[in-house]
Design a protein around this ligand. Structure first.
Ligand SMILES: [Zn+2]
Length: 327
């Protein structure tokens, strides 16, 4: 089965181009803004530490299979049932994340076109997908939870850490009866002002399991000095995102913007800024920034495998495009 067959096939892992794309990339008001064309073969996807794609290559050669739960014709995984199809769990990397990820999906979003499922399959213990309007209440946790969403009121990941710490300090000052925070006191400089060495790393804050080595338990250590516990992402087209983002339950959350990354998404729509990322890209880049800017630990590829499916599909689609271009 060639890559162009995959590209042309209906259903399953939909890798065709689409007017819809997750995470607020489509129909953005900035329609006239020129989009920098990116060479698909160039970084940022290069150099990631990924588990071997052998299993996916074999599954692709076998072609689509029926999902044992819903009967849908699928390749690699079933986006309806959130389970692997024709791929062994042991051969798929499993990523342990330092914080929890909530992804809010619009009910009319086409599941097969979303990359949110990648996160759930690759980091099942730490990722939860909610279908709007069924979302958790975050009001009491505004010092521990943030929402990744671009906009005028959004702050950088670096500033997020700073603000959350201030919120936590204010909260503990306002209620002295509460149990004192077990966290170490934080240095008074803004983040990034000094390189604060994280000395006593008694255990890994995260473990990465590759190639089916299941069961490496990471010690649940309070990560660094950052109070962040949970990050909320929205998986939706621009119009639908507006409906979710105006939900009153999300208004109290600090909004964080990933400003410096560019998307490699094959569904990236002409005219929308290339800084609007596919959901899995946003999750990945957020965690990378979090590791470096909030935990102040070196990033050594711990979360690269979140891009396991994405990179495979990205390569596949570029091959198909190249082939199509030669005809
Ligand atoms: Zn299914």
């Amino acid at each position: 089965m060639s890559s162009s067959d995959v590209l042309a096939s209906p259903g399953g892992v939909d890798v065709s181009s689409s007017p819809k794309s997750p995470l607020a990339k489509t129909q953005h008001p900035d329609k006239d803004k020129p989009v920098t064309k990116q060479n698909p073969a160039s970084p940022p996807l290069h150099g990631l530490k990924l588990a071997p794609h052998r299993e996916l290559e074999q599954a692709q050669q076998r072609g689509r299979l029926k999902c044992s739960s819903c009967g849908g014709s699928r390749m690699f995984f079933c986006y309806t049932c959130c389970s692997l199809v024709g791929v062994s769990q042991q051969e798929i990397p499993s990523v342990k994340l330092p914080i929890k990820i909530d992804i809010i999906k619009h009910p009319s979003e086409v599941d097969g076109k979303s990359t949110a499922i990648h996160a759930k399959i690759l980091a099942p213990d730490d990722v939860t997908i909610y279908t709007y309007p069924c979302i958790p209440e975050y009001e009491d946790d505004t010092d521990k939870v943030v929402l990744v969403f671009p906009g005028p009121g959004s702050v950088s990941v670096e500033e997020m850490a700073w603000r959350l710490q201030n919120l936590a300090d204010m909260k503990s000052a306002a209620s002295p009866d509460e149990e004192p925070s077990p966290k170490r006191p934080r240095a008074e400089e803004p983040p990034g002002a000094t390189q604060q060495a994280e000395g006593q790393t008694s255990g890994a804050t995260h473990t990465e399991e590759r190639g089916g080595e299941a069961g490496i338990e990471g010690q649940t250590e309070t990560p660094g000095a950052c109070p962040l516990q949970r990050v909320v992402f929205i998986d939706s087209t621009w119009n639908q995102t507006t409906r979710i983002i105006t939900d009153e339950r999300l208004q109290a959350l600090l909004r964080v913007e990933l400003k410096t990354r560019k998307t490699c998404f094959w569904r990236h729509q002409k005219g929308s800024p290339d800084t609007y990322l596919a959901t899995i890209e946003a999750v990945y880049y957020f965690l990378k920034d979090y590791q470096e800017l909030c935990l102040r630990q070196e990033y050594t590829g711990q979360y690269d495998n979140l891009m396991y499916f994405y990179c495979y599909l990205h390569t596949l689609i570029n091959k198909a495009k190249t082939t199509a271009g030669r005809r």
